[in-house]
Design a protein around this ligand. Structure first.
Ligand code: ATR
Length: 301
């Protein structure tokens, strides 16, 4: 595969005759754990496939994806910053991808490109695997960008007691509340917006949370979205703090630890969203043959 619009890291389907070829597309992509994760799933389920990396130019996702699928590529995972482009690229979206407003999994079937979003389901499965209840829980979701939007639907599906979305600026959180109002009502979940500043006041935020999920980009810059006053107001020692970032103990996680809360990074979410993508591509009947927690344990070791 030759393309000026992408850096092809051993992903050209014509280089792997007899194998179904998949790839993860992102920019940058060199650090991605996805090839290692999918290789383990393929070994566990005895699937002959190749999974590589693709790094399109920032404005070159559609061109790179077109070349990949035209050359025989079977499916693609999509990460930062291309999830919106992937949504536009798909001919048909699953309903959860429409609701998430982004696509992290593409595949081709009968010449048509399908798009789904497995991020939210991956988060929920990781939480449940860690023994963290979503049903009937008080949940605080920090952030109102693409990462937050992607997980709201699957969280609501599990009927928490309440879901509060808090963001620096209120506009984006208010928009998400409107977008998910019907789903929340159908599940009888109290869905509310706050600013981050409102988390500091026990009048505006009168109870602590069972589960606090950081979906802001603050951790990438080694910052926390929470002030000290907010930390005191929202965490108790029985809270669980989940950061979607993985590979480090973020400032947000450290704050939670100081309050005696339990913490998790987002590596399990990465593995679980990959498991769903793998099953979409290779067949849900393989679900009993893959062991995502063993893959996670291996990554952590
Ligand atoms: P993503 O797709 O990763 O969610 P995004 O759509 O750019 O990226 O959204 C980034 C989110 O992180 C937003 O909710 C943003 O808050 P604003 O809407 O107020 O910009 C939030 N964010 C980024 N840096 C932050 C910081 N230092 N503190 C608090 N929130 C931050």
């Amino acid at each position: 595969m030759s393309s000026n619009a992408s850096v092809d890291l051993h992903t050209d389907p014509s280089l792997h005759p007899g194998l179904d070829v998949y790839a993860v597309a992102g920019n940058p992509i060199g650090h991605s754990q996805s090839p290692a994760i999918h290789q383990r799933f393929a070994e566990q389920a005895k699937q002959a496939m190749h999974y590589g990396r693709l790094q399109p130019e920032l404005d070159g996702f559609a061109q790179a994806a077109k070349i990949f699928f035209s050359a025989g590529g079977k499916g693609m995972n999509v990460t930062v910053p291309f999830k919106l482009y992937a949504q536009a690229f798909a001919d048909q979206l699953t309903s959860r991808a429409q609701l998430a407003g982004a696509v992290n999994t593409l595949w081709i079937q009968d010449g048509k490109i399908y798009g789904d979003n497995t991020d939210g389901a991956g988060l929920v499965r990781d939480l449940l695997a860690q023994g963290i209840a979503v049903h009937e829980s008080r949940i605080l979701l920090l952030g109102a960008g693409g990462a937050a939007r992607g997980v709201i639907g699957p969280l609501l599906e599990h009927s928490p007691k309440c879901l509060v979305i808090a963001n620096r600026s209120s506009i984006k959180a208010d928009e998400l509340i409107k977008l998910f109002a019907n789903v929340a009502a159908s599940k009888e979940v109290a869905l509310e917006a706050r600013t981050l500043a409102q988390l500091e006041s026990s009048e505006k935020t009168p109870y602590p949370f069972d589960l606090v999920i950081n979906a802001t980009a603050a951790g990438l810059a080694d910052e926390s979205p929470l002030s000290i006053a907010a930390v005191v107001n929202i965490f108790t020692p029985s809270s669980f703090a989940y950061d979607m970032v993985y590979g480090k103990t973020t400032a947000f996680m450290k704050q939670a630890l100081q309050r005696g809360a339990r913490i998790s990074d987002g590596l399990g979410m990465l593995v679980e969203q990959a498991a769903d993508a793998f099953l979409l591509w290779r067949g849900t009947d393989l679900a009993t043959q893959i062991d995502s927690r063993a893959v996670l344990a291996k990554l952590r070791s």
